[in-house]
Design a protein around this ligand. Structure first.
Ligand code: EPZ
Length: 427
């Protein structure tokens, strides 16, 4: 298990640039299976979920490799593709679900064992399956896997998502590109990463209208080519750096990530008393550590453009020492605040009850030994440790590296006293 040590009380200074967004890169990699020519994604960080995706692509017969910070894939003939996703790869990340549609379309069948990922509460895939079934797929649920088959091409449909799931919208976008005729998706997710996938597919030759709105219309069966594509910057990483400077104090610039991608989080930081200057493609953040942060906030995390669920634990970390009681309600996930136990170990007064986290505020955080419960919860504990007196030992069973190539290293570059002890190999 990796251990990160953080000694708090050191203000942050400097400039940082978020890498390409994990939540864009992972579906884009799956979508390359639909392309009839080589693709290359630029500036892809070394995340463990990216490594898992590369292993998954290779396991199903595709050719994908890293060249520096670029990830390149080669087109693969349908007869060379296998729809059986190995259980250890499906179980390693939630994003294995993105392979349902491309493998169904190209290989004619796909068998997906239970997908893994952060334990944020129940994470069903019923909308993905209902949409694919409406397009003509036969869905078999059995044991710990779902199997989809098609007997002929998928058919375009008019389908309403029962809620705006990011993953299901991406699944159905990919399927619609292969389906006969027109597909209309209603109640679609509008997150920037959905637009990024639509942008990638369109640049490869797909015909998609309305991405980023609740109604997306796709004309299917266009032959998709290849492309050199730069995915979106990671807005959650940008928010993480913002939370870090709010907790530790100092002055940083987050560059090459437009403020509109994390506007709700920037407004939250401003309400706390952080000075935020928005540029076209960058944000400057200043916090005087001698002035207490303002708490007494009510945050409600929901689908875009609301406050992003992935930033809810980061906001919590900022509010622990702020003045006044705050509440955060995460509409999407029932176990978003598993990091509350770690916050309490550091001296915070906070209580998680289902979707809601209540924070008393005004804590005087102390370094402690804590464990990352999931990706964003782990990042939030790291942020809280930047504000704490003394040294925190953060044990991470691999969560943080699923979404940040080197978060301790990034923060150390900004002046944090942060170090990472990677596990030593067992002989
Ligand atoms: C994506 O997950 C992100 N992951 C998550 O980021 C993010 O928290 C989430 O979107 C919401 O923004 C990736 O993109 C890889 P959803 P996803 O389907 O697609 C329910 C991170 O830390 N639902 O929009 O799985 C579901 O249970 C990760 O980077 C169904 O009921 O999220 C949840 O309550 C964590 N049935 C809500 O919808 C379905 O078929 C939103 O989930 C699908 C979803």
């Amino acid at each position: 298990m990796q251990t990160i040590t953080i000694t708090g009380g050191q203000p942050l200074h400097g400039t940082i640039r978020p890498a390409a967004a994990k939540n864009s890169v992972l579906p884009l990699l799956a979508a390359t299976l639909l392309c009839g020519a080589p693709c290359c994604l630029r500036g892809v960080p070394e995340l463990s979920d990216v490594d898992t995706s590369l292993a998954l692509l290779q396991a199903v017969g595709a050719k994908a490799a890293r060249h520096g910070s670029d990830l390149c894939t080669l087109p693969v003939h349908a007869s060379a593709l296998c729809g059986e996703i190995p259980a250890h790869l499906a179980g390693a990340m939630r994003s294995s679900v993105f392979y349902l549609a491309p493998l169904l379309c190209r290989a004619g069948m796909v068998r997906l064992p239970l997908p893994g990922g952060c334990r944020l509460g129940p994470r069903p895939v019923d909308i993905h399956l209902a949409g694919l079934a409406a397009m003509g797929a036969r869905v078999e649920l059995g044991g710990d896997a779902v199997t989809l088959r098609r007997f002929g091409p998928l058919q375009g449909v008019d389908f309403t998502l029962r809620l705006p799931s990011v993953g299901a919208t991406m699944t159905l976008l990919m399927a619609a590109c292969c389906a006969m005729g027109t597909t209309v998706l209603r109640g679609a997710a509008c997150e920037p990463e959905v637009c990024d996938l639509a942008g990638f597919l369109s640049a490869c030759g797909a015909q998609i209208a309305g991405a980023g709105t609740p109604v997306v219309v796709v004309q299917g069966r266009r032959a998709l080519g290849g492309i050199l594509y730069t995915p979106l910057p990671d807005r959650i990483a940008a928010a993480t750096y913002g939370a870090a400077v709010a907790a530790a104090g100092g002055q940083i610039t987050v560059r090459e990530c437009p403020p509109r991608y994390y506007e709700a989080f920037l407004q939250f930081l401003q309400q706390c008393g952080v000075q935020v200057t928005r540029r076209e493609n960058a944000v400057e953040l200043v916090r005087d550590p001698s002035v207490p942060l303002r708490g007494s906030q009510q945050l409600y995390a929901n689908a875009w453009p609301a406050f992003a669920t992935d930033t809810a634990p980061l906001a919590a970390a900022v509010l622990l020492e702020a003045q006044g009681e705050s509440q955060i309600y995460d509409h999407l996930f029932a176990n978003r605040f598993a990091c509350a136990a770690g916050f309490r170990a550091m001296g915070a007064e906070c209580q998680a009850a289902g979707h809601r986290l209540t924070i008393r505020g005004g804590a005087h955080l102390q370094g402690a030994c804590v464990t990352a419960p999931d990706l964003r919860g782990g990042a939030a504990l790291l942020v809280a440790a930047l504000a704490a007196d003394g040294t925190t030992e953060l044990r991470d069973p691999g969560h943080i590296r699923r979404g940040y190539a080197d978060l301790p290293g990034d923060l150390a570059l900004l002046g944090a006293r942060c170090a990472c002890c990677r596990p030593t190999a067992v002989r």
